[in-house]
Write a protein that binds this ligand. Structure first.
Ligand code: HEM
Length: 180
């Protein structure tokens, strides 16, 4: 959890957020800070269940070995504690920061146990509207089934030319036999 000064926070968005100010837990509700002790049970439950939604710009800043966040399948992971232990190495994780790393993650073919581990590092969702188009995940496209690999336009031309050739041949033969 971040430690803000009051001014820092006032300049940020009005998103609901929990933070520590001067050693006290505070909850940002629209325009006001509410000390945590005075929160209703309903609001506390909401805080516990509502995942934090991160903007791409904020996530992309965490691109160092000692502070590394990843975006995979619409979720944000803080993998900083995992950098030394990741079997694929820390470099590969660093190279997956600042973009939607879903492709990179899926290309490796991670095991089910690797996927289960991810929960440990989950810190919220990504606001997809903030992800630049060039950084988004594009699912692989299925190639169209074309068993004989013949280009379609060649087939169309042949379909048109063959009857014409036959017609031309017929005219030529008729013309030739008439002359005789
Ligand atoms: C929270 C995110 C991640 C977790 C928890 C994770 C976990 C793991 C685990 C447990 C393995 C061992 C093999 C397996 O069980 O599948 C592994 C291998 C590997 N991972 Fe990740 N990984 C994460 C993200 C990524 C990303 C984003 C990339 C690519 C940019 C990546 C690249 C690799 C590579 C290259 C290997 C080695 C594969 C091999 O040598 O067979 N990982 N990862």
């Amino acid at each position: 959890m971040k430690q803000f000064t009051f001014l820092d926070k006032a300049q940020e968005t009005a998103r609901n957020e929990l933070c520590i100010f001067d050693g006290y837990f505070l909850w940002w509700e629209r325009k006001f800070w509410i000390p945590l002790k005075s929160l209703s049970v309903a609001v506390r439950k909401k805080m516990a269940t509502d995942p934090k939604v991160h903007a791409f710009e904020d996530v992309a800043k965490h691109n160092k070995t000692k502070d590394c966040w990843l975006i995979i399948s619409g979720k944000v992971y803080d993998v900083t504690p995992f950098m030394d232990d990741h079997p694929g190495g820390d470099e590969v994780l660093l190279s997956a920061t600042g973009k939607d790393a879903t492709n990179d993650f899926e290309d490796v073919g991670h095991s089910d146990s690797a996927r289960e581990m991810m929960d440990k590092y989950y810190i919220g969702e990504i606001d997809m509207s903030t992800v630049p188009l060039k950084c988004t995940y594009v699912p692989p496209q299925q190639a169209q089934y074309n068993p004989d690999k013949t280009p379609e336009f060649v087939i169309k031309i042949l379909q048109f030319l063959v009857p014409l050739l036959i017609l031309g041949l017929a005219f030529a033969v008729r013309h030739y036999t008439k002359e005789k």
